[in-house]
Design a protein around this ligand. Structure first.
Ligand code: KE4
Length: 438
C-alpha cells in the first residue's frame, strides 16, 4: 500500500474549514471509496502527491492540461506577464490577442467574451439566447453538465451525477420549469419536445461530445439533426465546448463534425491551466452583450492577464502542425491496450473514445446516452480505480467523467498504464468487495 499519511492529515484538516474538505465535489473521491490524494506538484504527465507518490495523470486538471503540467512555453508566458502585474480591471492587449485566436480557430465564432469559468460561459450564453429569441425555455440533455448555474442543475452530469444529486436542492421550481431534459442521441424525442413547445424554446445546449456522463460520442447525423431542428423552430444551438474546444481539434467539435452552432462555450484549455472561460458566436448575437447591447454580464477578473497569457501560449502550441495527429496516436494506443487488457481479464468494458478523451464503462452494452451510461457498474469502476491508483495511475475518481491524454504522455507511460490496467481488470474479475461505491 502507498504511504498516504500526509494526504490523510491534510484532508482531515481541510474538512474543518471546507465543505467535504474540497473546493469541488468530484475531488473528494467519494464514489471510489477513498480519501483524496493531496497533490504537491505536477510535471509533464506526472503528478507527485504530498507523500512523494508519483502518478501518471489522466485527469489533467479535468481537461485544461492538454500540454501536460508546467509546459515551458506556458510557464514562461506567465512569468513574463507577472513582471507587469497580475490584474488591472482595465483592458489589456492580451485579451484581444486571445479573443482573436479563438475567433480565428472556431469556425462559427465571430466575437467572444472572456469570463472566468465554464459555468459563467454557459450561464451567460443561455441568458443571451433568451434575450435574443425572447423565449424562456432551455433544452439540455440528461447526463450533460454545463456548470452549476441553477438552470443547468436539472438531471446534470459530472459531480451532480457522481454524488447522486442530478437535480440540486436550492433550485427554485420556477427555474427548473424552464429547463427541459432531452435524451442524447435521440432526435425523435427532441422533435417531439419541439413540436409541443418549440415556440418557447430559446436554445438547445449540448456538449457535442459529452464528457460528463463518461464519454459518449454523437451518433452520425445527431449534431446535424440538432442544427436542423433548432433552425426549423427559430431556437439557438449552443455548443458547450468547454471540454471539446481545442481538445478534439484546433477548431473544436464544430470543426471536426462540420456543424455550426449559434453560440459556443469554452473554458479549460483556453486558460492553459489558469481560470478562463469564454462564450462567443455571430456578431449579430454577441453585440447584444453589455455595453454594446442591453444584456448584462460582468466579471472582476474576466480576461485576467496572467490567465490569458497562459491561454495564448497554450493555443500557440496547439496550433502547430501535427499536434492533434500526435494526440490521436497516443490515445489510440491507450484505448487499444485497455480494451485488450479487459478482454484478456474477462471483464466486460465498453470503451468510448473521441480524440484524446476516453472512458471505459463497466457494462456489456453500447453506451450511447445517459440511460445506457447508467448501466455501468460503478462498484467495479471503484475497484478498478483503486487498483490503478495503487499502481501509480491517476484516473478520474468517478465512472462518469473522462480520461484525458496529453502531449506529455509518452508511449512508455501509456504501455505502463495498459500493463497496470491488466492487473486492475484482474482485481475487478476476482474482487469480492463489490459492496463499495455508490
Ligand atoms: P467550470 O465552471 O467547472 O470551469 O466549467 C463547467 C463546465 C461546463 N461545461 C462542461 C462541458 C464541463 O465539463 C464543465 C466542467 N467540467 C467538470 C468535470 N467534468 C469540472 C470538474 C469539477 O467540477 O471539479
Amino acid at each position: 500500500m502507498k504511504n498516504n499519511s500526509k494526504s490523510m492529515t491534510f484532508f482531515a484538516e481541510a474538512q474543518q474549514y471546507i465543505p467535504g474538505g474540497v473546493n469541488s465535489p468530484v475531488r473528494a473521491f467519494r464514489s471510489v471509496g477513498l480519501n483524496p490524494v493531496y497533490v504537491k506538484k505536477g510535471r509533464g504527465a506526472v503528478l507527485v502527491d504530498e507523500d512523494g507518490n508519483e502518478y501518471i495523470d489522466y485527469v489533467g486538471s479535468w481537461g485544461p492540461l492538454i500540454l501536460g503540467h508546467l509546459h515551458p512555453e506556458v510557464t514562461e508566458a506567465i512569468r513574463e506577464c507577472l513582471e507587469m502585474g497580475t490584474s488591472f480591471g482595465a483592458p489589456t492587449e492580451r485579451e484581444t490577442i486571445l479573443a482573436r485566436m479563438i475567433v480565428e480557430a472556431m469556425p462559427s465564432v465571430e466575437m467572444v467574451r472572456l469570463v472566468n469559468s465554464g459555468t459563467e460561459a454557459a450561464m451567460s450564453a443561455a441568458r443571451l439566447a433568451r434575450a435574443y429569441t425572447g423565449r424562456n425555455r432551455i433544452v439540455k440533455f440528461e447526463g450533460c453538465y454545463h456548470g452549476h448555474a441553477d438552470m443547468f442543475l436539472i438531471k446534470a452530469g459530472s459531480g451532480a451525477l457522481t454524488h447522486g444529486v442530478p437535480t440540486s436542492p436550492g433550485v427554485p421550481a420556477e427555474t427548473a420549469a424552464h429547463t427541459i431534459n432531452a435524451g442524447f442521441n435521440d432526435l425523435e424525442g427532441l422533435e417531439g419536445i419541439f413540436s409541443a413547445v418549440g415556440h418557447d424554446i430559446a436554445a438547445v445546449i449540448v456538449e457535442p461530445v459529452p464528457g460528463n456522463m463518461g464519454v459518449v460520442p454523437p451518433q452520425p447525423g445527431f449534431l446535424r439533426g440538432l442544427r436542423n431542428i433548432t433552425e426549423k423552430y427559430g431556437a439557438l444551438l449552443i455548443f458547450d465546448e468547454v471540454i471539446t474546444g481545442f481538445r478534439l481539434s484546433y477548431g473544436g467539435a464544430q470543426e471536426l463534425y462540420g456543424v455550426m452552432p449559434d453560440l459556443t462555450c469554452l473554458g479549460k484549455i483556453i486558460g492553459g491551466g489558469l481560470p478562463v472561460g469564454a462564450y462567443g458566436g455571430r456578431k449579430e448575437i454577441m453585440s447584444m452583450m453589455s455595453p454594446s447591447g442591453p444584456v448584462y454580464q460582468a466579471g472582476t477578473l474576466s480576461g485576467n492577464p496572467l490567465a490569458v497569457s497562459a491561454g495564448i501560449a497554450a493555443l500557440k502550441v496547439l496550433g502547430r502542425p501535427g499536434v492533434y495527429e500526435e494526440l490521436d496516436k497516443k490515445s489510440s494506443r491507450l484505448a487499444v491496450g485497455l480494451s485488450r487488457a479487459a478482454e484478456e481479464a474477462g471483464v466486460q468494458v465498453r470503451l468510448n473514445r473521441a480524440g484524446s478523451m476516453l472512458c471505459g464503462f463497466f457494462t456489456d452494452r453500447g453506451v450511447v446516452d445517459f440511460k445506457t451510461a447508467s448501466t455501468s457498474d460503478t462498484k467495479k469502476y471503484a475497484v478498478f480505480f483503486r487498483s490503478m491508483l495503487e499502481q501509480g495511475i491517476y484516473l478520474a475518481p468517478s465512472q462518469f467523467e473522462a480520461a484525458f491524454v496529453s502531449l506529455a504522455h509518452t508511449d512508455e507511460m501509456i504501455d505502463r498504464t495498459v500493463e497496470a490496467a491488466g492487473k486492475a481488470f484482474k482485481a475487478v474479475a476476482e474482487s469480492r468487495e463489490l459492496g463499495i461505491g455508490n
